[in-house]
Write a protein that binds this ligand. Sequence first.
Ligand code: 5GP
Ligand code: ZN
Length: 128
Amino acid sequence: MQEGCIFCGIVAGDVPSTTIAESENVVAFRDINPAAPVHVLLIPKAHVVSSAAELRAGHGELLGELFELAASIADAEGLEGTYRVIVNSGSGSGQTVFHLHFHLLGGWGRSGSFPKTLGDETGGVPVN
Ligand code: 5GP
Ligand code: ZN
């Protein structure tokens, strides 16, 4: 737990969130400001690293667990294997919370409305 970290606060239950799934080392909750019809954040329960730039090969098992949970959430949300996973690293990329997290985005519909470029998810509002 890192002092002042809002996502550590969510894991600890000190900050309210809509948790929708968890595994041993990962928890998933809905983004407070959704940029897509389905917008879930997946985070390691521990404050392992602040951003993706600090990830190393030794984090492979944790990342596998995280992507497995993402896939099961996508199934539960009816996304049928169609979704994006985005990670911002560094404030210049739009990262605002410095506890590693992955955005699971989907639910744009199943008739060709998938956004072509990053940032089109909500008609031009950047995914951050
Ligand atoms: P970043 O911009 O760092 O990649 O993503 C941070 C995300 O966390 C943003 O999409 C923002 O809406 C979300 N967020 C920030 N604070 C909270 C919070 O207190 N609760 C939830 N559920 N999401 C949050
Ligand atoms: Zn944290």
